[in-house]
Unconditional design. Structure first.
Length: 362
């Protein structure tokens, strides 16, 4: 951040002076870089996405004179069809981070604290501070798993990332149902940014639970991180709250390119499934290779793994990998400061990582 003086900060709102903003994974400019730090998909989006974006530019991009559809109706319809829900149950926004921000505003400003794990997506504390949401962080167990019984207490709402990040461990739908049943008068949010890489989606539960909101993204499994499209699925009365928040903030969050690209992606399910299966196969191969090198890798249902080595310091390994042009994510936080979060790349990229680690720890 810029070196701002206290004198200059007198112009800031008092609350803004106290904010601790989210720090995204770095996007370094290094030659021959192998970037395994931000969980981007190693494969490009569907070729149909390219065609859809180019179509927006037809007739000298005349369509760009006009505002996009504020409701992104065709996108909602495409998502509803793919997810087998009604259009009234779909909300869309400028990436899942924006959708999550609207979720915090719409549901979590309550008398009681919201609950989420102590090790999870690090944007949650940021949203909580930004919106003045009371929170209670629930420790993961010794295996870095979520213990569902811990969420059977008074609360103002619950948000669970599934699979969890950065641990990569997933909950089954039976566990999520336990949380829903134990908290019938509070909104339960399941953040499914990585669900398409082997976990079970809670979307199947939406029709049965009036307190469930499921948040997903096109950034990971659909390779559209550069266009920013996220969405939520819930019963219509919950979606109405999100629409009210959105239209009190930005009526046009998704531009014409993003709408066209996302629709094309949802309409090409064969390509989508094929890429997900490739990432899953590469993940299992990488886990086996790292295990052979002495790493302990937590069971992953995401497009990344969480790994530690009992004989080598994680921070030092991350720095040594960086010197070799390989970027992974290191969190200098209690309980996880000996782990590396490693995005799944192509088989060739993963092999470069394995070969480099073999050299570094031998």
């Amino acid at each position: 951040m810029f070196n701002i003086t206290t004198e200059q900060m007198r112009f800031w709102s008092p609350e803004v002076r106290e904010l601790e903003p989210y720090v995204p994974g770095e996007q370094p400019k290094i030659q021959n870089l192998l970037k395994l730090n931000t969980n981007e998909n190693p494969y490009p989006p569907s070729p149909k996405v390219v065609d859809a974006v180019q179509a927006v530019l037809a007739h000298q991009a005349d369509a760009l004179r006009l505002y996009p559809d504020p409701d992104a109706t065709v996108l909602k319809q495409a998502i509803a069809k793919q997810q087998n829900v009604d259009v009234s149950q779909v909300f869309v926004g400028n990436g899942s981070d924006e959708v999550l921000a609207h979720i915090f505003k719409a549901f979590f400003i309550q008398q009681e604290p919201i609950l989420y794990p102590d090790i999870t997506y690090s944007f949650y504390p940021v949203y909580s501070q930004f919106f003045g949401v009371q929170t209670k962080q629930i420790p993961l167990n010794e295996k870095f798993e979520i213990d569902i019984s811990d969420y059977e207490q008074e609360n103002g709402g619950i948000i669970i990332t599934n699979p969890n990040a950065p641990t990569s461990i997933a909950l089954g739908l039976d566990k999520i149902e336990q949380v829903l049943k134990a908290n019938p008068n509070r909104v339960i949010v399941i953040d499914e940014a990585y669900v398409d890489f082997g976990a079970e989606s809670a979307v199947d539960l939406v029709s049965r639970y009036e307190n469930l909101v499921v948040c997903q993204t096109t950034s990971k499994s659909r390779s559209l991180a550069g266009l920013r499209v996220g969405f939520a699925i819930g019963q219509a009365h919950l979606i109405a709250a999100l629409e009210a928040v959105k239209n009190s903030f930005n009526s046009y969050p998704i531009d014409r390119f993003a709408i066209a690209a996302a629709v094309a992606s949802f309409e090409d399910q064969d390509y989508f499934q094929e890429q997900c299966e490739k990432v899953i196969a590469s993940r299992e191969k990488l886990v086996a290779n790292l295990t052979e090198l002495g790493f302990n890798v937590l069971p992953s249902k995401a497009n990344f793994i969480f790994a530690t080595h009992s004989l080598h310091d994680a921070a030092q390994l991350a720095e040594k990998l960086r010197e070799q042009g390989i970027i992974v994510r290191y969190f200098n936080k209690p309980r996880i400061n000996q782990f590396l979060r490693i995005t799944i790349g192509t088989d060739e990229q993963n092999q470069r990582l394995v070969d480099t680690l073999k050299m570094l720890i031998s």
